[in-house]
Write a protein that binds this ligand. Sequence first.
Ligand SMILES: Cc1cc2nc3c(=O)[nH]c(=O)nc-3n(C[C@H](O)[C@H](O)[C@H](O)COP(=O)(O)OP(=O)(O)OC[C@H]3O[C@@H](n4cnc5c(N)ncnc54)[C@H](O)[C@@H]3O)c2cc1C
Length: 471
Amino acid sequence: MSSSYDCVIIGAGMSGLAAGIRLAMFDKKVIIVEKHSISGGLNSYYSRGKRKFDVGLHAMTNFVTAQERGKPFNKLIKQLRIPYEDFKLHPQKYSLIKFPEKELRFNNEIQLFIEEINTNFPEETDGFLKLLDFIKTFDEVNLSNQTQMAKPVVKSFINNESLLEMIFTPLLIYGSAWENDMDISQFVIMFKSIYLEGFSRPEGGVRTIINILLKRFEECGGEIKFNCEVTRVNSKNNRIESVEVNSNEIINCQTILSSIGLPETFEIIDNLENSNHKPRVGNLSFCESILMTDLKPKVLGIDATIIFYNNRPKYLYQKPQTFFDSESAVVCMPNNFDHDEFNEGILRITNIANFDLWNKELNLSKQAYKDKKEEVYKQSRLILEKCGLNSSHEVIFKDIFTPTTIKRYTGHQNGVVYGSIDKSRNGTTPINGLYICGTDQGFLGIVGSMLSGISMANLHVLSPQNSGGLS
Ligand SMILES: Cc1cc2nc3c(=O)[nH]c(=O)nc-3n(C[C@H](O)[C@H](O)[C@H](O)COP(=O)(O)OP(=O)(O)OC[C@H]3O[C@@H](n4cnc5c(N)ncnc54)[C@H](O)[C@@H]3O)c2cc1C
Protein backbone atom coordinates (compact mmCIF):
# COMPACT_ATOMS: atom_id res chain seq x y z
CA MET A 1 0.00 0.00 0.00
CA SER A 2 1.33 3.44 -0.93
CA SER A 3 1.53 5.58 2.15
CA SER A 4 0.11 8.89 0.93
CA TYR A 5 -3.32 9.64 -0.50
CA ASP A 6 -5.44 12.63 -1.54
CA CYS A 7 -8.26 11.08 0.43
CA VAL A 8 -8.79 8.18 2.81
CA ILE A 9 -12.42 7.06 3.05
CA ILE A 10 -13.27 5.26 6.27
CA GLY A 11 -15.87 2.56 5.63
CA ALA A 12 -17.04 0.69 2.53
CA GLY A 13 -20.77 1.16 3.09
CA MET A 14 -22.98 2.81 0.46
CA SER A 15 -21.74 6.34 1.16
CA GLY A 16 -18.05 5.42 1.25
CA LEU A 17 -18.25 3.48 -2.01
CA ALA A 18 -20.15 6.27 -3.80
CA ALA A 19 -17.70 8.92 -2.53
CA GLY A 20 -14.79 6.71 -3.61
CA ILE A 21 -16.11 6.35 -7.17
CA ARG A 22 -16.61 10.08 -7.50
CA LEU A 23 -13.03 10.83 -6.35
CA ALA A 24 -11.37 8.05 -8.35
CA MET A 25 -13.29 9.21 -11.44
CA PHE A 26 -11.51 12.58 -11.15
CA ASP A 27 -8.10 10.95 -10.69
CA LYS A 28 -7.83 11.58 -6.99
CA LYS A 29 -5.60 9.11 -5.24
CA VAL A 30 -8.16 7.52 -2.99
CA ILE A 31 -8.31 4.48 -0.75
CA ILE A 32 -11.31 3.02 1.07
CA VAL A 33 -10.43 1.22 4.28
CA GLU A 34 -13.05 -1.16 5.67
CA LYS A 35 -12.76 -3.02 8.93
CA HIS A 36 -14.79 -5.98 7.72
CA SER A 37 -14.03 -8.55 5.10
CA ILE A 38 -16.89 -7.40 2.84
CA SER A 39 -18.48 -4.11 1.87
CA GLY A 40 -22.02 -2.84 2.36
CA GLY A 41 -21.94 -1.82 6.03
CA LEU A 42 -25.49 -1.50 7.35
CA ASN A 43 -26.66 -2.79 4.02
CA SER A 44 -24.74 -5.97 3.55
CA TYR A 45 -25.43 -9.65 3.01
CA TYR A 46 -24.62 -13.09 4.31
CA SER A 47 -25.23 -16.76 3.49
CA ARG A 48 -26.55 -19.66 5.54
CA GLY A 49 -26.03 -22.92 3.67
CA LYS A 50 -27.24 -22.34 0.11
CA ARG A 51 -29.46 -19.43 1.10
CA LYS A 52 -28.41 -15.84 0.59
CA PHE A 53 -29.77 -13.07 2.79
CA ASP A 54 -29.76 -9.30 2.65
CA VAL A 55 -29.08 -7.63 5.99
CA GLY A 56 -30.38 -4.13 5.42
CA LEU A 57 -32.38 -4.07 2.25
CA HIS A 58 -36.14 -4.22 2.55
CA ALA A 59 -36.59 -1.93 -0.39
CA MET A 60 -34.83 0.86 -2.17
CA THR A 61 -36.60 4.19 -1.81
CA ASN A 62 -36.66 6.92 -4.52
CA PHE A 63 -37.96 4.69 -7.33
CA VAL A 64 -38.04 6.45 -10.70
CA THR A 65 -38.06 5.31 -14.30
CA ALA A 66 -34.98 6.01 -16.44
CA GLN A 67 -36.82 8.87 -18.18
CA GLU A 68 -37.56 10.94 -15.05
CA ARG A 69 -34.60 13.28 -15.12
CA GLY A 70 -33.66 15.45 -12.18
CA LYS A 71 -34.91 12.99 -9.55
CA PRO A 72 -32.42 11.94 -6.80
CA PHE A 73 -31.80 8.39 -8.06
CA ASN A 74 -31.16 9.50 -11.64
CA LYS A 75 -28.93 12.37 -10.46
CA LEU A 76 -26.99 9.87 -8.39
CA ILE A 77 -26.32 7.40 -11.20
CA LYS A 78 -25.46 10.27 -13.54
CA GLN A 79 -22.79 11.44 -11.10
CA LEU A 80 -21.42 7.90 -10.85
CA ARG A 81 -21.83 7.21 -14.60
CA ILE A 82 -23.69 3.98 -14.00
CA PRO A 83 -26.45 2.94 -16.44
CA TYR A 84 -29.96 2.79 -14.94
CA GLU A 85 -30.54 -0.71 -16.36
CA ASP A 86 -27.66 -2.16 -14.33
CA PHE A 87 -29.73 -1.90 -11.13
CA LYS A 88 -32.57 -4.06 -12.56
CA LEU A 89 -35.12 -2.33 -10.35
CA HIS A 90 -38.53 -3.90 -9.82
CA PRO A 91 -41.21 -1.66 -8.27
CA GLN A 92 -43.32 -2.62 -5.29
CA LYS A 93 -46.92 -3.79 -5.71
CA TYR A 94 -48.29 -1.71 -2.85
CA SER A 95 -47.59 -1.09 0.83
CA LEU A 96 -49.96 -0.84 3.75
CA ILE A 97 -50.00 1.31 6.90
CA LYS A 98 -51.98 -0.84 9.31
CA PHE A 99 -53.37 0.78 12.48
CA PRO A 100 -56.03 -0.73 14.80
CA GLU A 101 -58.90 1.33 13.36
CA LYS A 102 -57.80 2.15 9.83
CA GLU A 103 -55.55 1.01 7.01
CA LEU A 104 -54.02 3.11 4.24
CA ARG A 105 -52.49 1.67 1.08
CA PHE A 106 -49.90 3.45 -1.03
CA ASN A 107 -47.81 2.57 -4.07
CA ASN A 108 -45.37 4.40 -6.33
CA GLU A 109 -48.10 6.74 -7.62
CA ILE A 110 -49.21 9.34 -5.04
CA GLN A 111 -52.77 9.16 -6.43
CA LEU A 112 -53.53 5.93 -4.55
CA PHE A 113 -52.48 7.49 -1.24
CA ILE A 114 -54.63 10.59 -1.90
CA GLU A 115 -57.63 8.35 -2.69
CA GLU A 116 -57.09 6.27 0.45
CA ILE A 117 -56.91 9.42 2.60
CA ASN A 118 -60.02 10.77 0.89
CA THR A 119 -61.91 7.53 1.65
CA ASN A 120 -60.75 7.14 5.25
CA PHE A 121 -60.32 10.76 6.33
CA PRO A 122 -62.41 12.82 3.87
CA GLU A 123 -62.23 15.96 6.02
CA GLU A 124 -58.39 15.88 5.72
CA THR A 125 -58.06 15.68 1.93
CA ASP A 126 -57.64 19.43 1.41
CA GLY A 127 -55.05 19.65 4.18
CA PHE A 128 -53.14 16.73 2.71
CA LEU A 129 -53.11 18.33 -0.74
CA LYS A 130 -51.76 21.55 0.82
CA LEU A 131 -49.13 19.52 2.66
CA LEU A 132 -48.12 18.04 -0.71
CA ASP A 133 -47.69 21.54 -2.17
CA PHE A 134 -45.57 22.55 0.83
CA ILE A 135 -43.39 19.45 0.44
CA LYS A 136 -42.92 19.87 -3.30
CA THR A 137 -41.53 23.39 -2.84
CA PHE A 138 -39.37 22.69 0.24
CA ASP A 139 -35.57 22.76 -0.33
CA GLU A 140 -34.73 19.75 1.81
CA VAL A 141 -31.14 19.29 0.60
CA ASN A 142 -30.00 22.82 1.41
CA LEU A 143 -26.98 22.19 3.63
CA SER A 144 -27.64 25.29 5.70
CA ASN A 145 -31.16 24.19 6.79
CA GLN A 146 -31.51 24.40 10.57
CA THR A 147 -32.85 21.49 12.61
CA GLN A 148 -36.59 21.91 13.25
CA MET A 149 -39.02 19.19 14.30
CA ALA A 150 -41.55 18.15 11.66
CA LYS A 151 -44.69 17.21 13.61
CA PRO A 152 -45.67 20.78 14.59
CA VAL A 153 -45.26 21.82 10.93
CA VAL A 154 -47.33 18.92 9.59
CA LYS A 155 -50.00 19.55 12.25
CA SER A 156 -50.67 22.92 10.62
CA PHE A 157 -51.96 20.93 7.59
CA ILE A 158 -53.38 17.75 9.17
CA ASN A 159 -55.79 17.96 12.15
CA ASN A 160 -56.58 14.28 12.66
CA GLU A 161 -54.05 12.77 15.10
CA SER A 162 -54.54 9.28 13.76
CA LEU A 163 -53.83 10.32 10.16
CA LEU A 164 -50.81 12.30 11.32
CA GLU A 165 -49.43 9.20 13.06
CA MET A 166 -50.13 7.05 10.00
CA ILE A 167 -48.34 9.45 7.64
CA PHE A 168 -45.29 9.56 9.93
CA THR A 169 -44.99 5.79 10.58
CA PRO A 170 -43.12 4.65 7.42
CA LEU A 171 -41.02 7.83 7.41
CA LEU A 172 -39.88 7.42 11.01
CA ILE A 173 -39.02 3.75 10.89
CA TYR A 174 -37.25 4.08 7.55
CA GLY A 175 -35.25 7.14 8.41
CA SER A 176 -35.36 8.92 11.75
CA ALA A 177 -32.60 9.05 14.32
CA TRP A 178 -34.96 11.06 16.56
CA GLU A 179 -37.61 9.43 18.74
CA ASN A 180 -41.26 10.08 17.78
CA ASP A 181 -40.49 12.94 15.42
CA MET A 182 -37.90 13.95 12.86
CA ASP A 183 -36.17 16.98 11.49
CA ILE A 184 -38.31 18.77 8.87
CA SER A 185 -35.67 18.43 6.11
CA GLN A 186 -35.42 14.71 6.84
CA PHE A 187 -39.23 14.46 6.87
CA VAL A 188 -39.41 16.02 3.40
CA ILE A 189 -36.60 13.80 2.10
CA MET A 190 -38.36 10.69 3.40
CA PHE A 191 -41.82 11.86 2.24
CA LYS A 192 -40.59 12.44 -1.30
CA SER A 193 -38.53 9.27 -1.41
CA ILE A 194 -41.32 7.01 -0.08
CA TYR A 195 -44.70 8.56 -0.99
CA LEU A 196 -43.83 10.59 -4.11
CA GLU A 197 -41.23 8.22 -5.62
CA GLY A 198 -41.63 4.89 -3.88
CA PHE A 199 -40.15 1.47 -3.29
CA SER A 200 -38.36 -0.96 -5.56
CA ARG A 201 -36.01 -3.92 -5.22
CA PRO A 202 -32.96 -4.59 -7.36
CA GLU A 203 -32.94 -8.08 -8.82
CA GLY A 204 -30.36 -10.04 -6.81
CA GLY A 205 -30.92 -7.83 -3.76
CA VAL A 206 -28.25 -5.74 -2.09
CA ARG A 207 -25.43 -7.75 -3.72
CA THR A 208 -26.43 -6.21 -7.06
CA ILE A 209 -25.91 -2.68 -5.74
CA ILE A 210 -22.67 -3.48 -3.93
CA ASN A 211 -21.19 -5.30 -6.94
CA ILE A 212 -22.06 -2.40 -9.25
CA LEU A 213 -20.37 0.08 -6.91
CA LEU A 214 -17.28 -2.06 -6.32
CA LYS A 215 -16.82 -2.72 -10.04
CA ARG A 216 -17.17 0.98 -10.88
CA PHE A 217 -14.72 1.97 -8.12
CA GLU A 218 -12.12 -0.49 -9.38
CA GLU A 219 -12.67 0.57 -13.03
CA CYS A 220 -11.92 4.16 -11.99
CA GLY A 221 -8.68 3.08 -10.36
CA GLY A 222 -9.62 3.33 -6.69
CA GLU A 223 -8.01 1.17 -4.01
CA ILE A 224 -9.93 -0.69 -1.34
CA LYS A 225 -8.60 -2.55 1.64
CA PHE A 226 -10.67 -4.94 3.75
CA ASN A 227 -9.99 -6.14 7.31
CA CYS A 228 -8.45 -2.74 7.79
CA GLU A 229 -9.79 -0.85 10.80
CA VAL A 230 -8.96 2.80 11.35
CA THR A 231 -7.87 2.92 14.96
CA ARG A 232 -6.80 6.58 15.09
CA VAL A 233 -7.07 9.81 13.14
CA ASN A 234 -3.88 11.82 13.67
CA SER A 235 -3.91 15.60 13.49
CA LYS A 236 -1.43 18.42 13.97
CA ASN A 237 -2.32 22.08 14.56
CA ASN A 238 -5.96 21.13 14.12
CA ARG A 239 -5.43 19.66 10.65
CA ILE A 240 -5.47 15.97 9.83
CA GLU A 241 -2.23 14.32 8.83
CA SER A 242 -2.83 10.59 8.68
CA VAL A 243 -4.83 7.62 9.85
CA GLU A 244 -3.53 4.70 11.80
CA VAL A 245 -4.94 1.34 10.71
CA ASN A 246 -5.05 -1.93 12.64
CA SER A 247 -3.10 -0.15 15.40
CA ASN A 248 0.18 -0.40 13.52
CA GLU A 249 0.21 1.13 10.04
CA ILE A 250 0.11 4.83 9.10
CA ILE A 251 -1.53 6.16 5.93
CA ASN A 252 -0.82 9.84 5.21
CA CYS A 253 -3.55 11.84 3.53
CA GLN A 254 -4.81 15.33 2.63
CA THR A 255 -8.45 14.66 3.51
CA ILE A 256 -10.52 12.03 5.24
CA LEU A 257 -14.17 11.23 4.57
CA SER A 258 -15.53 9.20 7.47
CA SER A 259 -18.75 7.22 7.01
CA ILE A 260 -18.62 5.44 10.35
CA GLY A 261 -20.79 7.92 12.25
CA LEU A 262 -20.16 11.20 14.04
CA PRO A 263 -19.70 9.88 17.63
CA GLU A 264 -17.70 6.92 16.30
CA THR A 265 -15.40 9.28 14.37
CA PHE A 266 -14.90 11.53 17.41
CA GLU A 267 -13.86 8.44 19.40
CA ILE A 268 -10.83 7.86 17.18
CA ILE A 269 -9.56 11.43 16.76
CA ASP A 270 -6.23 11.61 18.61
CA ASN A 271 -6.69 14.92 20.41
CA LEU A 272 -9.80 17.02 20.46
CA GLU A 273 -8.88 19.78 22.85
CA ASN A 274 -10.62 22.42 20.66
CA SER A 275 -13.95 20.67 20.87
CA ASN A 276 -16.26 20.89 23.84
CA HIS A 277 -19.07 19.33 21.86
CA LYS A 278 -19.42 15.56 21.92
CA PRO A 279 -22.04 14.21 19.51
CA ARG A 280 -24.73 12.12 21.15
CA VAL A 281 -25.15 8.44 20.30
CA GLY A 282 -28.64 7.63 19.00
CA ASN A 283 -31.11 5.32 20.69
CA LEU A 284 -32.89 3.52 17.90
CA SER A 285 -31.98 0.00 17.00
CA PHE A 286 -33.85 -2.99 15.68
CA CYS A 287 -34.15 -6.73 15.74
CA GLU A 288 -35.34 -8.67 12.76
CA SER A 289 -36.75 -12.16 12.17
CA ILE A 290 -36.26 -13.64 8.72
CA LEU A 291 -38.48 -16.59 7.87
CA MET A 292 -38.34 -18.79 4.80
CA THR A 293 -41.61 -20.60 4.14
CA ASP A 294 -42.56 -23.45 1.80
CA LEU A 295 -45.37 -21.34 0.33
CA LYS A 296 -45.15 -17.74 -0.80
CA PRO A 297 -46.77 -14.88 1.17
CA LYS A 298 -49.31 -14.18 -1.57
CA VAL A 299 -50.62 -17.76 -1.43
CA LEU A 300 -50.71 -17.44 2.36
CA GLY A 301 -52.86 -14.32 2.34
CA ILE A 302 -50.45 -11.37 2.17
CA ASP A 303 -50.05 -9.61 -1.16
CA ALA A 304 -48.68 -6.27 0.10
CA THR A 305 -44.96 -5.63 -0.42
CA ILE A 306 -44.39 -3.90 2.94
CA ILE A 307 -46.75 -3.59 5.91
CA PHE A 308 -46.18 -0.89 8.53
CA TYR A 309 -47.93 -2.55 11.44
CA ASN A 310 -48.95 -0.63 14.56
CA ASN A 311 -51.31 -1.99 17.18
CA ARG A 312 -51.76 1.20 19.21
CA PRO A 313 -53.74 4.39 18.51
CA LYS A 314 -50.40 6.26 18.53
CA TYR A 315 -47.21 5.01 16.92
CA LEU A 316 -44.42 4.73 19.51
CA TYR A 317 -41.18 5.24 17.65
CA GLN A 318 -38.85 5.17 20.63
CA LYS A 319 -36.43 2.93 22.47
CA PRO A 320 -38.67 0.36 24.18
CA GLN A 321 -38.41 -0.41 27.91
CA THR A 322 -38.50 -4.09 26.97
CA PHE A 323 -36.14 -6.03 24.68
CA PHE A 324 -38.28 -5.20 21.66
CA ASP A 325 -41.61 -3.63 20.85
CA SER A 326 -44.04 -6.34 19.75
CA GLU A 327 -46.89 -3.87 19.19
CA SER A 328 -45.32 -2.37 16.08
CA ALA A 329 -43.21 -3.72 13.22
CA VAL A 330 -42.28 -3.43 9.59
CA VAL A 331 -43.16 -6.60 7.71
CA CYS A 332 -41.45 -6.94 4.35
CA MET A 333 -42.22 -9.54 1.68
CA PRO A 334 -39.38 -9.61 -0.90
CA ASN A 335 -41.53 -11.96 -3.04
CA ASN A 336 -44.15 -9.25 -3.48
CA PHE A 337 -42.30 -6.89 -5.82
CA ASP A 338 -43.13 -6.86 -9.53
CA HIS A 339 -40.61 -9.62 -10.07
CA ASP A 340 -40.14 -12.62 -7.75
CA GLU A 341 -36.77 -14.34 -8.07
CA PHE A 342 -37.18 -16.68 -5.09
CA ASN A 343 -38.16 -20.35 -4.92
CA GLU A 344 -39.40 -20.04 -1.34
CA GLY A 345 -41.47 -17.53 0.60
CA ILE A 346 -39.53 -14.88 2.54
CA LEU A 347 -40.93 -12.76 5.35
CA ARG A 348 -38.92 -10.19 7.30
CA ILE A 349 -40.33 -8.74 10.50
CA THR A 350 -38.44 -5.80 12.00
CA ASN A 351 -39.13 -4.52 15.53
CA ILE A 352 -37.72 -1.51 17.36
CA ALA A 353 -35.39 -2.88 20.04
CA ASN A 354 -33.45 -1.88 23.15
CA PHE A 355 -29.68 -2.23 22.63
CA ASP A 356 -28.77 -2.05 26.34
CA LEU A 357 -30.99 -4.96 27.32
CA TRP A 358 -29.77 -7.16 24.47
CA ASN A 359 -26.16 -6.30 25.20
CA LYS A 360 -26.55 -7.10 28.90
CA GLU A 361 -28.27 -10.40 28.12
CA LEU A 362 -25.54 -11.40 25.68
CA ASN A 363 -22.86 -10.66 28.27
CA LEU A 364 -24.72 -12.58 30.98
CA SER A 365 -25.42 -15.80 29.16
CA LYS A 366 -25.38 -16.97 25.54
CA GLN A 367 -28.31 -19.31 26.25
CA ALA A 368 -30.46 -16.51 27.72
CA TYR A 369 -29.68 -14.43 24.62
CA LYS A 370 -30.72 -17.32 22.38
CA ASP A 371 -33.94 -17.79 24.35
CA LYS A 372 -34.76 -14.11 23.93
CA LYS A 373 -34.27 -14.44 20.20
CA GLU A 374 -36.83 -17.28 20.24
CA GLU A 375 -39.29 -14.87 21.91
CA VAL A 376 -38.75 -12.38 19.09
CA TYR A 377 -39.47 -15.15 16.61
CA LYS A 378 -42.68 -16.20 18.41
CA GLN A 379 -43.95 -12.62 18.51
CA SER A 380 -43.12 -12.14 14.85
CA ARG A 381 -45.33 -15.18 14.05
CA LEU A 382 -48.20 -13.50 15.92
CA ILE A 383 -47.63 -10.23 14.04
CA LEU A 384 -47.71 -12.12 10.75
CA GLU A 385 -51.07 -13.66 11.72
CA LYS A 386 -52.43 -10.19 12.55
CA CYS A 387 -51.23 -9.05 9.14
CA GLY A 388 -53.29 -11.82 7.51
CA LEU A 389 -50.87 -14.72 7.09
CA ASN A 390 -52.75 -18.00 7.41
CA SER A 391 -51.25 -20.90 9.30
CA SER A 392 -51.14 -23.53 6.53
CA HIS A 393 -47.43 -23.33 5.87
CA GLU A 394 -44.14 -24.69 7.05
CA VAL A 395 -41.23 -22.53 8.20
CA ILE A 396 -38.22 -24.17 6.59
CA PHE A 397 -35.60 -21.77 7.87
CA LYS A 398 -35.40 -18.88 10.28
CA ASP A 399 -32.79 -16.43 11.47
CA ILE A 400 -32.99 -13.57 13.96
CA PHE A 401 -30.64 -10.66 14.37
CA THR A 402 -30.57 -8.17 17.24
CA PRO A 403 -29.04 -4.74 18.03
CA THR A 404 -25.85 -6.45 19.18
CA THR A 405 -25.54 -8.11 15.76
CA ILE A 406 -25.79 -4.66 14.14
CA LYS A 407 -23.11 -3.28 16.45
CA ARG A 408 -20.81 -6.23 15.83
CA TYR A 409 -20.97 -5.94 12.05
CA THR A 410 -21.07 -2.17 11.58
CA GLY A 411 -19.32 -0.68 14.58
CA HIS A 412 -22.28 1.68 15.22
CA GLN A 413 -22.51 2.39 18.95
CA ASN A 414 -25.81 1.20 20.49
CA GLY A 415 -26.43 -0.75 17.27
CA VAL A 416 -28.02 2.39 15.81
CA VAL A 417 -29.19 2.29 12.24
CA TYR A 418 -29.92 5.97 11.69
CA GLY A 419 -26.95 7.29 13.58
CA SER A 420 -26.61 10.16 15.99
CA ILE A 421 -29.28 12.78 16.63
CA ASP A 422 -26.49 15.32 16.05
CA LYS A 423 -25.88 15.52 12.33
CA SER A 424 -23.16 17.42 10.51
CA ARG A 425 -25.19 18.61 7.54
CA ASN A 426 -22.24 20.30 5.81
CA GLY A 427 -19.95 17.40 6.76
CA THR A 428 -17.45 19.46 8.73
CA THR A 429 -15.84 18.43 12.03
CA PRO A 430 -13.65 20.39 14.49
CA ILE A 431 -10.58 19.07 12.63
CA ASN A 432 -9.68 20.61 9.26
CA GLY A 433 -9.57 18.06 6.48
CA LEU A 434 -11.78 15.56 8.32
CA TYR A 435 -15.33 15.32 6.97
CA ILE A 436 -18.37 13.18 7.67
CA CYS A 437 -20.36 11.42 4.95
CA GLY A 438 -23.33 9.03 5.06
CA THR A 439 -25.77 8.57 7.91
CA ASP A 440 -24.46 11.29 10.22
CA GLN A 441 -24.14 13.87 7.49
CA GLY A 442 -27.89 13.52 7.52
CA PHE A 443 -28.77 11.57 4.39
CA LEU A 444 -29.52 7.93 5.01
CA GLY A 445 -31.01 4.83 3.47
CA ILE A 446 -29.37 3.30 0.45
CA VAL A 447 -30.02 6.15 -1.97
CA GLY A 448 -29.57 8.88 0.66
CA SER A 449 -26.22 7.61 1.85
CA MET A 450 -24.89 7.31 -1.72
CA LEU A 451 -26.05 10.88 -2.41
CA SER A 452 -24.30 11.97 0.76
CA GLY A 453 -21.02 10.31 -0.29
CA ILE A 454 -21.16 12.02 -3.67
CA SER A 455 -22.04 15.47 -2.36
CA MET A 456 -19.41 15.40 0.40
CA ALA A 457 -16.74 14.24 -2.11
CA ASN A 458 -17.78 17.06 -4.47
CA LEU A 459 -17.91 19.70 -1.75
CA HIS A 460 -14.83 18.93 0.31
CA VAL A 461 -12.40 17.15 -2.00
CA LEU A 462 -13.13 17.85 -5.66
CA SER A 463 -14.06 21.52 -5.50
CA PRO A 464 -14.04 22.80 -1.94
CA GLN A 465 -15.21 26.22 -3.14
CA ASN A 466 -18.45 25.00 -4.74
CA SER A 467 -21.74 24.10 -3.08
CA GLY A 468 -21.44 20.33 -3.28
CA GLY A 469 -24.62 20.16 -5.34
CA LEU A 470 -25.63 17.27 -7.56
CA SER A 471 -26.40 19.01 -10.81
C1 LIG B 1 -31.87 -3.89 9.37
C2 LIG B 1 -31.72 -2.72 8.44
C3 LIG B 1 -32.67 -2.51 7.44
C4 LIG B 1 -32.51 -1.46 6.55
N1 LIG B 1 -33.40 -1.35 5.52
C5 LIG B 1 -33.21 -0.41 4.58
C6 LIG B 1 -34.04 -0.38 3.44
O1 LIG B 1 -34.90 -1.21 3.25
N2 LIG B 1 -33.84 0.61 2.53
C7 LIG B 1 -32.86 1.55 2.69
O2 LIG B 1 -32.72 2.42 1.81
N3 LIG B 1 -32.04 1.53 3.76
C8 LIG B 1 -32.20 0.57 4.71
N4 LIG B 1 -31.37 0.53 5.80
C9 LIG B 1 -30.47 1.67 6.05
C10 LIG B 1 -29.25 1.67 5.17
O3 LIG B 1 -28.68 0.40 5.21
C11 LIG B 1 -28.23 2.70 5.72
O4 LIG B 1 -28.87 3.95 5.89
C12 LIG B 1 -27.03 2.89 4.78
O5 LIG B 1 -26.58 1.66 4.30
C13 LIG B 1 -25.93 3.63 5.55
O6 LIG B 1 -24.76 3.68 4.80
P1 LIG B 1 -23.48 4.49 5.31
O7 LIG B 1 -22.48 4.40 4.23
O8 LIG B 1 -23.89 5.82 5.77
O9 LIG B 1 -22.96 3.76 6.63
P2 LIG B 1 -22.58 2.27 7.00
O10 LIG B 1 -23.35 1.31 6.18
O11 LIG B 1 -22.71 2.18 8.46
O12 LIG B 1 -21.05 2.13 6.57
C14 LIG B 1 -19.98 2.35 7.45
C15 LIG B 1 -18.90 1.33 7.19
O13 LIG B 1 -17.77 1.66 7.99
C16 LIG B 1 -17.18 0.48 8.48
N5 LIG B 1 -16.41 0.85 9.68
C17 LIG B 1 -16.87 1.16 10.91
N6 LIG B 1 -15.86 1.52 11.73
C18 LIG B 1 -14.72 1.43 11.00
C19 LIG B 1 -13.35 1.71 11.27
N7 LIG B 1 -12.94 2.17 12.45
N8 LIG B 1 -12.45 1.51 10.28
C20 LIG B 1 -12.82 1.07 9.05
N9 LIG B 1 -14.12 0.80 8.73
C21 LIG B 1 -15.05 1.00 9.69
C22 LIG B 1 -18.36 -0.42 8.77
O14 LIG B 1 -17.98 -1.77 8.84
C23 LIG B 1 -19.26 -0.10 7.56
O15 LIG B 1 -18.97 -0.94 6.48
C24 LIG B 1 -31.46 -0.54 6.69
C25 LIG B 1 -30.50 -0.76 7.68
C26 LIG B 1 -30.61 -1.85 8.54
C27 LIG B 1 -29.53 -2.11 9.55
